[in-house]
Design a protein around this ligand. Structure first.
Ligand code: PMV
Length: 336
């Protein structure tokens, strides 16, 4: 991993050029999921994936050089215990950037979505941290390079460097230099995403562990890769043509086969709660009755509803607590 970081930073500034810096990165929701790695350390996937960023929902991160010989992490106003898995992952990521001398940091992150509940909080968290480091050190790296670095923290973070639709091209190189996010040149202003939060509790099985188990079932896992590659093409083409039905049907089907795979390969993983299943039934019934409403689900109980602007009122009426996002409404220069 350090070699990859060296490849990217080359002889770029080894020391922070500022005392503190900050950055924002949006959360992203996978439309065609990434699941399973060909390299566990560098988070290199077996298949390409596609996502939509969530506008102003994401992570604001401030980083400052510390006078202490340890990193301090504050998440949503509370100091994170250094012995937690969350802190260890973050510190491990920071270790990659301690070059000639040991510099420590104070990191304050505010994430305005539920943490570790399958709403991609690690994606926006690592992307914002990578951008904040870039600002602190003044590396002036391209988003492509930042995407590779963010990927080392959490695979899906490599898609959180941009707004709108982003694909993560899987790449083929062993050194990981061709595996990064690429923004799609397509806008879809009528598209809406509804965050339907069923539980804010942290998930019991991380996606990292669940993925590892899935890959250990090569026959079943291979079927997933083949289908996910087909879904990728169908979803990509539907985005290009603004073909909502084709788009949403394929996004939903992709999430469903992911959960079948998870169930088969991780019999003890319970990402869905009874409320999740009830809500899925409700979506399907509403659809039968003529409302073009679909969903996707990641490694958590929460659902993301997919629909068009013309159905905002109906969706809000049926799901009063849904938080509706207009993914193409944000043009903050801070996040390109
Ligand atoms: O990047 P990770 O390790 O948090 O894994 C993300 C896995 C999914 O959210 C289920 C799929 C995806 O592509 O984001």
């Amino acid at each position: 991993m350090k070699e990859l970081v060296r490849n990217i930073l080359l002889n770029n500034k080894p020391k922070p050029q500022r005392k503190e810096a900050s950055a924002f990165a949006p959360s992203n929701i996978a439309l065609c999921k990434y699941w399973g790695k060909r390299d566990d350390l560098m988070n290199l996937p077996h298949q390409s994936s596609l996502s939509i960023s969530l506008g102003n929902k994401g992570a604001h991160t401030k980083i400052a050089v510390s006078e202490n010989a340890y990193d301090q992490i504050t998440l949503n106003g509370s100091i994170v215990d250094g012995s937690t898995l969350f802190a260890k992952r973050l510190i491990h990521f920071l270790d990659l950037f301690r070059q000639e001398q040991n510099i420590y940091f104070n990191i304050e992150t505010v994430i305005n979505i539920p943490v570790a509940a399958g709403v991609a909080s690690s994606a926006c968290g690592f992307a914002a941290l990578t951008k904040a480091l870039n600002n602190l050190y003044q590396w002036n790296l391209s988003n492509e390079k930042l995407s590779i670095l963010a990927r080392l923290g959490s695979g899906s973070a490599c898609r959180s460097l941009w707004h709108g639709f982003v694909m993560w091209q899987a790449g083929v190189l062993d050194n990981g230099m061709d595996s990064y996010g690429v923004p799609l040149p397509y806008q879809w202003p009528e598209l809406r995403i509804g965050l339907f939060i069923i539980s804010n509790k942290r998930k019991s099985l991380s996606s990292r562990e669940a993925m590892q188990q899935s890959v250990q079932h090569p026959k079943i896992y291979k079927e997933w890769v083949i289908q996910a590659e087909k879904d990728f093409q169908s979803i990509y083409n539907a985005i290009k043509r603004h073909d909502f039905q084709r788009f949403a049907e394929n996004v939903e089907a992709n999430a469903q086969i992911l959960h079948v795979l998870i169930q088969k390969t991780n019999p003890n993983a319970h990402y869905s709660l009874s409320e999740t299943n009830k809500t899925i039934q409700k979506i399907k019934t509403l659809r039968k009755n003529g409302l073009p409403l679909y969903y996707t689900q990641d490694a958590g109980p929460n659902l993301k509803l997919i629909f068009l602007k013309e159905n905002v009122d109906s969706v809000s009426q049926h799901f009063p607590n849904v938080f509706i996002i207009d993914p193409f409404a944000y043009h903050n220069p801070d996040y390109n």
